[in-house]
Design a binder for this molecule. Structure first.
Ligand code: ATP
Ligand code: MG
Length: 134
């Protein structure tokens, strides 16, 4: 669907956040600047993040929300897929009391879980995005 502003993106992310359940893994697909991090920030806003930590600087951020945690991974800097072995990836790819969002998940393609929700964001112009959930 077509999103015309940051406000509309917030509404969309809030609606998405309402339906989230622990155990889900969300694969965020889109070019640099598409809005992947922005989308996760809005989800965090809806779920009222109370605390954040970063066990692996620049790769994993953890946000505490009311009933579970959010794991937010950004694999952009990986040079090869086995870089994933340096982090506790099973915790993040098979979350129990948590929900995982992954940016640039294809950097660790062979290690990804089978069932992910794919959120595709495409930049159309400065404030306009096409977003689809697969
Ligand atoms: N409708 C919109 N939805 C999302 N972001 C928007 C929108 N309009 C403008 N923006 C801006 O686009 C930028 C998106 O940047 P963001 O860091 O979220 O991208 P990203 O997909 O995470 O990129 P990267 O792959 O580099 O991490 C932000 O500056 C945001 O404010
Ligand atoms: Mg990002």
């Amino acid at each position: 669907m077509r999103i015309n502003s940051l406000n509309e993106m917030r509404d969309f992310a809030f609606d998405f956040a309402k339906k989230l359940r622990p155990g889900q893994v969300i694969n965020l697909v889109g070019d640099m600047g598409a809005g992947k991090t922005t989308f996760v920030s809005f989800v965090g806003e809806y779920l009222e993040v109370s605390d954040t930590s970063s066990p692996t600087f620049a790769i994993v951020n953890i946000y505490n929300v009311k009933d579970f945690d959010i794991y937010h991974l950004d694999l952009y800097r990986f040079e090869n897929e086995d870089d994933i072995l340096d982090i506790d990836f099973e915790t993040y790819f098979y979350p129990e009391d948590a929900i995982t969002f992954i940016e640039w998940a294809d950097r660790a393609k062979s290690y990804l879980p089978d069932d992910m929700i794919e959120v595709r964001i495409e930049k159309i112009n400065e404030n306009t995005r096409d977003i689809s959930i697969i």
